[in-house]
Design a protein around this ligand. Structure first.
Ligand code: ADP
Length: 614
């Protein structure tokens, strides 16, 4: 990851541009199941907003009554009654308010947690259904995808929470306060109302200024996640080459760009917030001056109590407005993160398709006709490939690295679809096959198989979750790993990830044995193994070859010459095909690879050694 990549990812993660309406429309299905929570919260919000005006009303009445008391004959008994009434109302309101606020926060939080859980479940389900091409796209590298999902869920569920426990109560309270101000005096109400659009305008300008930067910060977050992930994954290479400084400098470059963006955002925010505070103060001053003027000129319905009343109500009107920029920022964040997040949920064309062809028995004859294939990054991996893989035979794919061998296996497993041409199994195009059934019948052993965190038993059982312990033992024996497992202190319960690379490979092969499919793809299955393990695995693979269709990719000529048929690939083209000896005697690439391989093994000296001449 370079600083360049950091800037190139500093764009919106998805072409899906969202506005507030889209955001609400998208989030609504996740809130709908909890409509009772919504109703309870709305009722509480309504009650809370009414209660928020109580202080202003009480103060208004209290000031006026005290004023009257002072002007007429003062009596302690009346004053005490007044104070008792004020205390009772205010305390009673606070107690009620505490319950309402608790309810609002509790139900709002409950909704956030539930919505967040549903969003996570939905996105995981969706990702599991995506085709492989989705994961090989540059925008969907692990770190970026993870950051897009994490931040999407966090920001969206916070939006739901904020809406119910902040935005809605504040705005409802502001509307009630405005209504009361208008009811008391139209002019005062109008002054309060006029200030509101100024805040909205300032917030709008501020948000527009910040939008681009916030989007860039989002891109930088993704770049940082990906960068850290890359460092962890490549730590042994970084250390062995002593390249810690270079990696550190790369991270510093990404962080520097992000810091600048963050500082710009903050600077702009502080400037606008100051401006808005200034206008809020102007609003308060105007309200005081106007109400005082109306009181002094004996305007009907105006009394000293109204000065405090209007100031307190105006504070309720401006409270949400004061929060407006934060709400706006949160909303903008939610919009940006929602773009990335819902981009994943709406990527319906990334969902792996499945046909309905589901024969009782799979024979195992594959055919590729005029197949062209290009990866999403533009690499053309196959051109005009024609080949036939016979049922029950062993077919080897041979060629230098990058020739397109694994790509063929990817296409045969329906991980990818060809750009043009057809891939078929038993006379039916793969696109018509029920994808799950197809893969049920294929065993795939790769050069580096994925071993999950968990016990050896769990890892083998992954091939056939319903199998018994005896089946697991049998599969382990077939994969020549049983004895080694039994030597471990915890046997089959030992952590599979603690095994060596070669042992993990045999666990993966045992996993395939237990699956027992009629078709087997072996993509350099012994590349990371020592000679003894290679021989043992070769023996176990030989044992299950009988009656199955096997496709093997290998650089090991010992495995290739066992094949019934070989296809030689060069730069995405099939350049030779036939039995190993036929193709060898044609000359060309296969002969070159074969001879080079024999020479590199120093076959003559090996033979002499075995004969005892050296
Ligand atoms: P082989 O198995 O013969 O070594 P591959 O089939 O893996 O070759 O690769 C064929 C070409 O496709 C290579 O140029 C390789 O870089 C490219 N390629 C392989 N996998 C991907 C991928 N997921 N995304 C983009 N290009 C890829």
């Amino acid at each position: 990851m370079t600083a360049n990549t950091a800037t190139s990812t500093a764009t919106a993660p998805s072409s899906l541009k969202m506005n507030l309406f889209d955001l609400l429309k998208n989030i609504l299905p996740f809130v709908k199941p909890y409509r009772w929570l919504v109703i309870i919260t709305l009722v509480l919000t309504f009650a809370g907003s009414l209660m928020a005006q109580v202080n202003a009303v009480v103060l208004d009445r209290a000031v006026d009554t005290i004023n009257e008391l002072m002007q007429t004959t003062f009596a302690w008994s009346e004053a005490t009654r007044l104070l008792a009434a004020i205390s009772a109302i205010l305390l009673g309101k606070e107690v009620l308010s505490a319950f309402v606020t608790f309810g609002q926060r509790y139900y709002g939080e409950k909704m956030r947690i539930l919505v967040s859980r549903d969003l996570s479940l939905k996105v995981v389900d969706q990702i599991l259904r995506f085709r492989m091409a989705f994961f090989s796209a540059e925008d969907n590298e692990t770190g970026k995808l993870q950051s897009r999902i994490d931040r999407g869920i966090q920001s969206l569920s916070n939006t739901v929470n904020n809406f119910f426990i902040e935005i809605l109560p504040l705005f409802t309270s502001a509307i009630f306060a405005l209504i009361l101000m208008f009811a008391a005096n139209v002019y005062v109400g109008l002054v309060a109302l006029c200030i509101v659009p100024i805040y909205f305008y300032l917030t709008y300008v501020q948000a527009n200024h910040l939008k681009g930067w916030r989007r860039n910060i989002f891109g930088s977050h993704q770049a940082v996640s990906q960068g850290i992930l890359n460092i962890i994954e490549s730590i042994s290479v970084i250390k062995s080459f002593n390249r810690e400084d270079i990696e550190s400098a790369r991270q510093a470059a990404i962080q520097k760009a992000m810091t600048e963006q963050q500082m710009n955002t903050r600077r702009m925010s502080f400037f606008f917030n100051g401006l808005k505070s200034f206008f809020e103060q102007i609003g308060t001053v105007l309200i005081i001056i106007l109400t005082a003027y109306l009181v002094l000129t004996d305007y009907p319905g105006m009394s000293i109590g109204k000065i405090m009343y209007h100031v307190m109500l105006f504070a309720n009107v401006s409270a949400p407005i004061r929060q407006l920029h934060r709400i706006y920022d949160d909303m903008n964040d939610a919009l940006i993160y929602a773009e990335g997040f819902f981009g994943i949920l709406h990527a319906h064309d990334e969902i792996e398709d499945s046909g309905s062809y589901h024969p009782e028995r799979v024979e195992g004859t594959f055919e590729m006709r005029d197949v062209d294939f290009t990866y999403s990054n533009g690499t053309k991996a196959l051109t005009g490939v024609n080949l036939r893989i016979e049922q029950g035979k062993i077919t080897a794919l041979v060629g230098l690295s990058g020739a397109g061998k694994s790509t063929i296996v990817n296409l045969l497993d329906k991980f990818y679809h060809p750009d043009s041409g057809t891939v078929s199994l038993d006379g039916h195009e793969l696109k018509d096959w029920d994808t799950q059934w197809l893969r049920e019948n294929i065993g795939l052993v790769l050069q580096k198989n994925h071993i999950f965190s968990g016990s050896i038993e769990e890892n083998i059982l992954y091939g056939c979750p319903g199998a018994t312990h005896d089946d697991v033992v049998k599969a382990a024996k077939q994969a020549y790993i049983y004895d080694q497992i039994m030597q471990l202190p915890n046997g089959f319960e030992s952590q599979a990830l603690q095994l060596s690379g070669g042992q993990q490979q045999r666990i993966a092969i045992a996993r395939m044995f237990i699956k027992n499919p009629p078709i087997i793809f072996l993509d350099e299955p012994t590349a990371s193994l020592d000679a003894i393990a290679t021989e043992q695995i070769k023996a176990s693979i030989d044992a299950i070859k009988a009656g199955r269709t096997v496709i093997i990719i290998s650089h090991n000529i010992g495995q290739i010459i066992d094949a019934d048929q070989i296809y030689v690939l060069q730069k995405g083209h099939v350049v030779q095909s036939g039995t190993p000896s036929e193709v060898y005697h044609q000359g060309g690439l296969y002969k070159d690879i074969f001879d080079a391989s024999a020479r590199s093994m120093n076959v003559d000296k090996i033979a002499d050694t075995i004969d005892g001449q050296v």
